[in-house]
Design a protein around this ligand. Sequence first.
Ligand SMILES: Cc1ncc(COP(=O)(O)O)c(C=O)c1O
Length: 459
Amino acid sequence: MTFRQGPPEAAQKHAAHINPAFIRVLGMLGYGRVFTRAAGHELWDETGARYVDFLAGFGTNCLGHSPAALIEALQAALAEQLPNVLHTGPQSAAAELGAAFAERVPSLPLAMLSLSGGEAVESALKLARAATGRHGLVYAAGGFHGTGFGNLSVMGHARWRRPFAPLLPECHAVPYGDIDALAGVFRKHKIAAFLVEPIQAEAGVAVPPDGYLLAAQTLCKKHGALFILDEVQTGLGRTGKLFAFQHTPGLDPDALVLGKALGAGLLPVSATLTRRELQEAAYGALWKFDLHGSTYAGYALGCRVALAVLRILDEKRLPERAATAGERLRDGLRKKLAGHPLVKEIRGRGLLVGISLGASEARSLLGKVVVGALSKQVFGQWLAVRLLERGFISQPASQEWNVLKLTPPLTIEDAQIDALVGAVGDILGEYRTLPPLVADVSKRFAHQVWTGGAFGVTP
Ligand SMILES: Cc1ncc(COP(=O)(O)O)c(C=O)c1O
């Protein structure tokens, strides 16, 4: 690997000591910037350029960056000199957090605490096996649930799974939204749980057909399996309700998985909420109370931050704000991009929004093939980089690069939404037909691959 034109020190050290390929990819795709400060809805790079954050740590920074109210809560907890990591007595902040969850979801009064979303998914999978005594797990293809062995066993996409195979046995994929396929798996196998996201964020903000989640829950109940909702990305106000399942009357999961926004980007906190009888069945005896956990699970500072997040979401009515702001964002995009030949769909709920790019209108077969291939590989990245150049941070969905995903802080302002809509409109407005877009995309990526982009890092 060579550095051509004196890359910033952070990029150089990152490449040398953390993840060389990541720095190469950033440069090649055109993301070559070092961000040095973040406050509110904005970040600044080392040249002083300012960016509005429509990624927000994949929705983690639900209150924006460095939110004063959270920092106050953290400082207060530090000033109290609480025992932070404690294993020889009740953890008072963890207990408060469990109680705060139970107030909000009374059917799930037990909380298993952890640090990352992936760990919280693992908690749910282990709970299901331990509580039911069965092995089988069903999951919706296309979903994203983390990068541990258990997580990878219940999600699709060969690129993510292949290097780590063999994964857990008895895990069955069904197409997202296909209730007959799910029923088929239940007929054939003994199943401990079905794991699903209410909206598959990383699969390109995939919204299931009406009635799907309720029907899946009914199947789970009929077959004695747990119905597990992964709300790591959709939870905590993102979709316009505190939890996405609350949009559907009658939905009543057996386990609810939370992460990301629970620590609001300040400290890592995740949780798996469940029913009393399931927790009892899995861990409710002297010989098994400690079979699941980790050293930092339930640490006081993280729990205090999570408690403050829950309180602020309520006090500022941020789920409601996400609903109206999300509508403004989707409506704005739909109006701006109506009839655009390369925009298939604007979709999502609340402030979880996807712009699906592709050959909606390409007339020739060649056009369809070229746009199909390009949109799968680079369109989303291309649009994200063009937006970055206009001062907006965003990313395509990690499993569907043809969908640009927008997950700004729930506190994002109307003017910032309108500015983003304007920028997307301007950028896509330059390309009413295919050839100039294909030429631009190809030229940019060829140049960036050759030069290493702004980081100047070449393989
Ligand atoms: C729905 C969902 N579940 C689980 C995870 C894994 O969370 P983490 O990266 O904190 O392990 C993610 C991360 O993007 C996610 O979107």
